[in-house]
Write a protein that binds this ligand. Structure first.
Ligand SMILES: Cc1cc2nc3c(=O)[nH]c(=O)nc-3n(C[C@H](O)[C@H](O)[C@H](O)COP(=O)(O)O)c2cc1C
Length: 147
C-alpha cells in the first residue's frame, strides 16, 4: 500500500486559514479544505490537533479561508512553517478584517469568511465545518498543490 503516494496525486488549492480569538490573530497554510454543501454554503478545513490555529478556531467560533493566488508563495512560507504560539505571523503584513473578525489577506484569489457550525474528530486532525457568512472572488488564478 502506498497511501502517501496516492494522496499526493490529489490536487488541491493552497489556503491560509485565519482566525481572531480575543486579541490574538493567527493564520496557517492549509491544503485540506473542501466545499461540503451548497445550501447552506459550507466548507470544511482539516486542522491537526497540534496547530495553534486549532485552539484559536475553537475559541473564536469562526475562521476565514483565504484562497491563495498563483505567485503568493511568500505567504505559504510565512504561514506554513512556523507556529503562532511563538511568533506573530502578521508582523509587517497588511490585512483587512472580515465580518467574523478574522483577518482577510491581500492579493488572494478570494476568501470565505465562516462561522463555525460543527467539529468532527478525524484521527490526529479535527474537521471544522464553517458556514460561509461573507465571501469574495477576484480575477486571479488560484495556487494549486498536489498533496
Ligand atoms: C502547503 C501546506 C499545506 C498545509 N496544509 C495543512 C492542513 O491542511 N492542515 C493542517 O493541520 N496543517 C497544514 N499545514 C501545516 C501548517 O500550516 C503548519 O504546521 C503551521 O505552521 C501551523 O501554524 P500554527 O501552529 O500557527 O497554527 C500545511 C503546511 C503547508 C506548507
Amino acid at each position: 500500500m502506498d497511501a502517501e503516494g496516492a494522496f499526493e496525486k490529489i490536487v488541491t488549492g493552497i489556503h491560509v486559514i485565519t482566525v481572531k480569538a480575543g486579541d490574538k490573530v493567527n493564520g496557517m497554510a492549509a491544503a485540506w479544505v473542501t466545499r461540503v454543501s451548497h445550501s447552506p454554503p459550507l466548507v470544511m478545513v482539516s486542522v491537526a490537533h497540534t496547530r495553534f490555529t486549532h485552539n484559536l478556531i475553537q475559541q473564536a467560533g469562526s475562521f476565514c479561508v483565504n484562497i491563495l493566488a498563483e505567485g503568493q508563495d511568500d505567504l505559504v512560507t510565512r504561514f506554513g512553517f512556523k507556529t503562532g504560539k511563538s511568533t506573530d505571523k502578521f508582523d509587517g503584513l497588511p490585512y483587512g478584517t472580515g465580518e467574523t473578525g478574522s483577518p482577510i489577506l491581500d492579493g488572494t484569489a478570494g476568501y470565505l469568511d465562516c462561522k463555525l457550525i460543527s467539529s468532527h474528530e478525524a484521527g490526529d486532525h479535527t474537521i471544522f465545518v464553517g458556514e460561509v457568512v461573507d465571501a469574495k472572488a477576484y480575477d486571479k488564478n488560484p495556487m494549486s498543490h498536489g498533496g
